[in-house]
Design a protein around this ligand. Sequence first.
Ligand SMILES: C[S@@+](CC[C@H](N)C(=O)[O-])C[C@H]1O[C@@H](n2cnc3c(N)ncnc32)[C@H](O)[C@@H]1O
Length: 375
Amino acid sequence: MAVVRQTPRLAARPRAMLGAERDHALAMLGGQDDVAGDEDHSHWIKLGLFRRTELIDPKWNQSKKSMWTSPSEHGVNCSNGRRARMPTNFERARSVIEQLLPIAAKLVQGDLDNMIRTRLRSLSVSYGNGLLNQDRRPVDYTRTTTHIAYFYRSLAAHGDWLFKTLRRCRDNARRALNKGRAIRVACIGGGPGSDILGICKFLVQENLMDQRIDFVVLDRERAWNRSRSLLAGTFDGELEIAEHYQSLDVTDDDQWTDDWAFCQSDIISMNFFLSEVWSFNGNGTVSRFIQRVIDLAPRGTLFTYVDNGGDNFCPLADAEFDRDDIELVTSGNDDRLLLSGEEQADVVMTPYRERFGGQWPKLKGNVAWRVWKKR
Ligand SMILES: C[S@@+](CC[C@H](N)C(=O)[O-])C[C@H]1O[C@@H](n2cnc3c(N)ncnc32)[C@H](O)[C@@H]1O
């Protein structure tokens, strides 16, 4: 089945804005240019990246032949009784990185790998200790090289932890995702597509591949659209999914959307999103937004929350969902949560770890999960 991707192409941004972004990039990065602007987008089209590309290079594929042909836990039941091997999150992440690298190479003046190392370090600092500091600046996700760093570092883990969360409330998740009609999923702060990855992994593993899904991704950062579209493309032939982008800055009610139809979704996901915006909730805007979404959601809607664990973050989320019309379906916190066994990080580490400065992808973390249901 074909993937129907409907994310609007990036609109041309005013030159003045591009200039300001470029200045900002130069200031931050010691003179190298990596601005995902108009030029960036035209490269994308010229390279034909909307087309489906091979997931893994054939040589690598061959070396993993036994994995591909042996019955595997991560796969789907075939009519011949075997299980077909489906790509893992790391393989999908690698596919997108491979497609983004030539685009980034055209944008960066100077050493591309060095720039990606800088982005990885910068993400580590941003996610370090200060996420709740009220005077911190929002994380900058505008650059293609940041997307490469994010796909290398976080995407597979975030997708897998959402998948694991859905497995923890399997019956509820199956009911929400198996409706005999197109399923609607809203991903708040879902920019890179990790939420899509987690939900699609669950559908594949549960053999719910006939289910058509419409994803609405609400995010402040439009620049994610290209990377996420490439990620969605890795499901071509496996699942029928559509994804739309809806601009949203949750911390600024002037910029809240007028279109609240996304609240009518079967699942509303918040994956590693709230921890990034609590520090901007000084005037209660984030809370008001969440309350409004819960108010508008129909009975039966599932809210999935996967995020940094611990006493700093969990009580904030729990307080928002402490309402009479909300039922807690599953909850937990593991300070050393691992990835599912089939997620082998060497898929990205072998080609990129040294190139990207030695940092490891996320393989474990202090992670909290909740699934709430609207009564
Ligand atoms: C750590 S990333 C998580 C992305 C994805 N859900 C995942 O699990 O990997 C945080 C996301 O929130 C988005 N974001 C940050 N601040 C936001 C805001 N004020 N309003 C809407 N989205 C925001 C970012 O653009 C980014 O996509």
